[in-house]
Design a protein around this ligand. Sequence first.
Ligand SMILES: Cc1cc2nc3c(=O)[nH]c(=O)nc-3n(C[C@H](O)[C@H](O)[C@H](O)COP(=O)(O)OP(=O)(O)OC[C@H]3O[C@@H](n4cnc5c(N)ncnc54)[C@H](O)[C@@H]3O)c2cc1C
Length: 312
Amino acid sequence: MLDSASKAFFHLLAQSKILKTLGSRYGMRRKTSFARRFIAGEDIHEAIEAAREVEARGLMHTLDLLGESVASLDEAYAATRQYVEVVDAIAKSGIGRGISLKLTQLGLDVDKATAVDNLRRILERAEPAEFFVRVDMENSPYTDVTLEIFETLWEHGHRSIGVVLQSALYRSEKDLARMNAIGASVRLVKGAYKEPKTVAYQRKADVDAAYLRMAKAMLVEGRHPAIATHDVAMIDAIKQFAREEHIAPDRFEFQMLYGIRRDLQARLVKDGYRTRVYIPFGREWFPYFMRRLGERPANVLFVARGILGEGD
Ligand SMILES: Cc1cc2nc3c(=O)[nH]c(=O)nc-3n(C[C@H](O)[C@H](O)[C@H](O)COP(=O)(O)OP(=O)(O)OC[C@H]3O[C@@H](n4cnc5c(N)ncnc54)[C@H](O)[C@@H]3O)c2cc1C
């Protein structure tokens, strides 16, 4: 199937050191460089500027300091320190207070206990400042451990955190029931990673059907549901369901990625729906960028035009 083949292909390309070097050299260096369509910039100041523009359009946001799969404790500590600085910078700037992060960025591959400690350090700074911290979901080898860490923190009383579930995974409906039962806020996505058929639906129709079932369950039983998709068919079906069930628009929110379907973002705001934009920034943008290309091969043409237009 083209859909999953293209995800797999771009996943493979994302491992390429040559592409990463070339991309990092050209992708962000000017205001018009190709990666800037999806990534707000390389430093927090550019991200805050992007967030202000997003707010001016009536949207909310969550900021993501890009990074994942760090391979040493030093890198994990460095990422944690950077996140704490990001929290401080956001608080100082006066923009909305929300961040998203990945556990492998905090050292999950190196040492689980350290990753948990690192997350705690970020929460210690973020929670008193009334931030909401969303733990992104990575590929399926991390599902169990991510939920386990999330639930442990939840049991310890952390309430300003939320988790992400992927409708592509067979297991997610059960995970959702558990999250709804404890009252945790879930961001529902289809899933950005190429997954084997032992754990995930391979047909878009099946991923979409699961997405709708889960979104409805979240609207009825969930706390602060976040419906993250750019799929108009999903969004329309969810809006209709909410109307039929008399679920007020302020009981849930839509979420979209920075630079994707800005027209749809604007339309949702105009129609009175709470809508949040996920704003990624930072120097480690290459794997995120490649996932966005893999989702929509037409993006490659956009990038190719950008590279040809770059000159030296
Ligand atoms: C706020 C947010 C947070 C996310 N967090 C996670 C996470 O933690 N873990 C995770 O696995 N995934 C995450 N994702 C990604 C998600 O899993 C999907 O890979 C991604 O959203 C594309 O799926 P879709 O729902 O938009 O539907 P699709 O069926 O893939 O796309 C529907 C339509 O959206 C538009 N579109 C989709 N992707 C692109 C693109 N890259 N470029 C241009 N147009 C596009 C196209 O018009 C397309 O026809 C997140 C997505 C969002 C919006």
